[in-house]
Design a protein. Structure first.
Length: 508
């Protein structure tokens, strides 16, 4: 395991992007400032009990006011790229109609500052903060929301298209549908279970319409989408466990990737009785399956699945993460999620299995032979970080477990996609660490800390953790050896990142 910064830097392929990722609602705060409209998450988070300990996103990390400081920290970190999301209700408060000039200006300043510091912007159009008016009209259960996202993409392309290096149309539609519309543990808090499946199609249609709008605007940056991927592992050799894992795989992974990458929903989904009234048009599927410039893969963990309703709730944190509380409903579900034996866990209760990063990539390579270039658009872990103070009272956060997690997962991804690796056909272009900051982690509030930077909840002061210093050393070591040809390179076609002298790389 290449935990040392120098060792990891030595295996990073030429042109491999190292970045960090955030989402607007999780870090910005300033929910009622400068013309921002409300989102469905504003209302959901205010419901007593919806968020652990009723934590509030009103302040979040105060990034809206501290954005220059955060960019300076990214510059110090030495990363190639920053993945952020555009707050839809900040830019277009009602989800349709007029734009908010102050909202547009905030991201104008962010993008310009990133480029001035040699950091390539990767902008996500939709990272869950649906404008409240759209949620009240049905949200993603309403087909019209897909068209509104297409309109928002037009606005973003006109404002920032000349400077954004890469665009992500939509983030983790699997989590939005499962947690927001099936289980009700995320905004908008609806519990439709299998009747929530229209939210899947409408999100994918929104992706297609957003991509169409970006392409029509001739943005020079690459365009893709991103979804979370979890390899499904049968809990035993019992054939029923294998069948159950296959069903979970279909609902978590293939239901979202197949339409985008193959142009069709999985056969079993289309044949299921609960989908009998669902017959997407040829035009819809053509929009959804437009060729991508890249595919974004968020990987955190595998899932161990067993047949039967189980004896209790799923492992702690699993339902919130995966959107599948398969032991709920009084034992009515035919399968359930189990813990991996003898496995280290994150604070969320997620199993730490870097070897399954290679499994995820290999499964993608096998299922989608025409897969475009891939970015790991999120990867990271929450831990209950130790906080100590030195003799001068300065805060030190020695998060060595996060360092080990990141080193092992980045190494696993690179080895899997190198010549001779289990996913050698994949053109892996980069890895984005989730996250830059300890942020508002949706229904978990501020209890789950993923950041490279500790955020003092009272003062908002940022303190670099050991993982921040480690990643900075990785980037410095890579720069120091840049004049020497890399011994390990997966794909020679990987483009350079946009720097201060260029606006965006060529698409693809």
């Amino acid at each position: 395991m290449k935990a040392s910064a120098r060792d990891l830097a030595a295996i990073l392929p030429a042109g491999f992007t190292m970045g960090v990722a955030t989402a607007a609602f999780q870090i910005e705060g300033a929910l009622d400032e400068d013309g921002r409209g409300k989102s469905g998450w504003d209302v959901f988070a205010a419901v007593p009990g919806a968020i652990v300990d009723d934590h509030s996103p009103v302040m979040a990390c105060d990034h809206y006011h501290r954005m220059p400081e955060d960019v300076a920290l990214m510059k110090d970190l030495g990363i190639d790229s920053y993945r952020f999301s555009l707050s839809w209700p900040r830019i277009q408060p009602g989800g349709s109609g007029p734009v908010n000039p102050k909202g547009l200006d905030f991201y104008d300043r962010l993008i310009d500052l990133l480029l001035a510091n040699g950091i390539a912007p990767m902008a996500t159009l939709y990272h869950w903060d649906t404008p409240l008016e759209l949620d009240e009209a049905g949200g993603w259960m309403n087909r019209d929301t897909a068209y509104r996202l297409g309109e928002f993409a037009e606005i973003a392309a006109a404002a920032y298209g000349d400077r954004v290096a890469r665009w992500v149309t939509i983030n983790e539609p699997a989590t939005v549908s499962a947690n927001g519309y099936m289980l009700g543990v995320h905004a908008p808090g609806e519990s439709h279970m299998l009747k929530a499946l229209p939210s899947v199609h409408h999100q994918l249609l929104g992706h297609g319409l957003a991509m169409q709008a970006l392409r029509a605007a001739k943005v020079p940056g690459g365009i893709g989408m991103t979804n979370v991927y979890s390899p499904m592992v049968p809990a035993s050799i019992n054939p029923l466990d294998k069948v159950s894992a296959g069903i979970m795989d279909m609902g978590q992974n293939r239901l979202y990737a197949d339409p985008v990458l193959l142009g069709k929903y999985p056969d079993a989904i289309r044949a299921a009785t609960f989908f009998s009234s669902f017959s997407p048009s040829k035009e819809d599927m053509e929009l959804i399956s437009q060729p991508l410039d890249f595919y974004g893969l968020n990987y955190y963990m595998p899932t161990r699945v067993a047949a039967g309703p189980g004896e209790g709730t799923v492992p702690e944190g699993m339902a919130e993460a995966m959107g599948n509380d398969l032991n709920g409903g009084g034992g009515a579900t035919p399968f359930h999620v189990e813990s991996f034996p003898d496995t280290e866990l994150t604070a969320y209760g997620w199993p730490i299995k870097p070897d399954y990063m290679a499994v995820a990539l290999a499964e993608m390579a096998e299922r989608y032979p025409n897969l475009p270039p891939v970015y790991i658009t999120e990867g990271g872990a929450s831990f209950q970080d130790l906080e100590i103070h030195d003799a001068e009272g300065r805060l030190i956060v020695p998060d060595e477990r996060r360092v080990r997690y990141l080193a092992e997962h980045i190494e696993a991804a690179i080895e899997a996609t190198s010549p001779g690796g289990s996913a050698e056909s994949i053109d892996l272009r980069g890895y984005y660490v989730w996250s830059l900051l300890d942020n508002f982690e949706w229904s978990a509030g501020y209890h789950q800390q993923f950041g490279l930077l500790h955020v003092n909840r009272d003062t908002m002061e940022r303190t670099p953790k050991a993982s921040f210093h480690w990643l900075r050393e990785v980037m410095a070591a890579r720069r120091a050896s840049a004049s020497t040809p890399a011994e390990t390179s997966t794909k020679e076609s990987a483009p350079a990142e946009a720097g201060p002298a260029e606006t965006a790389p060529a698409a693809g």
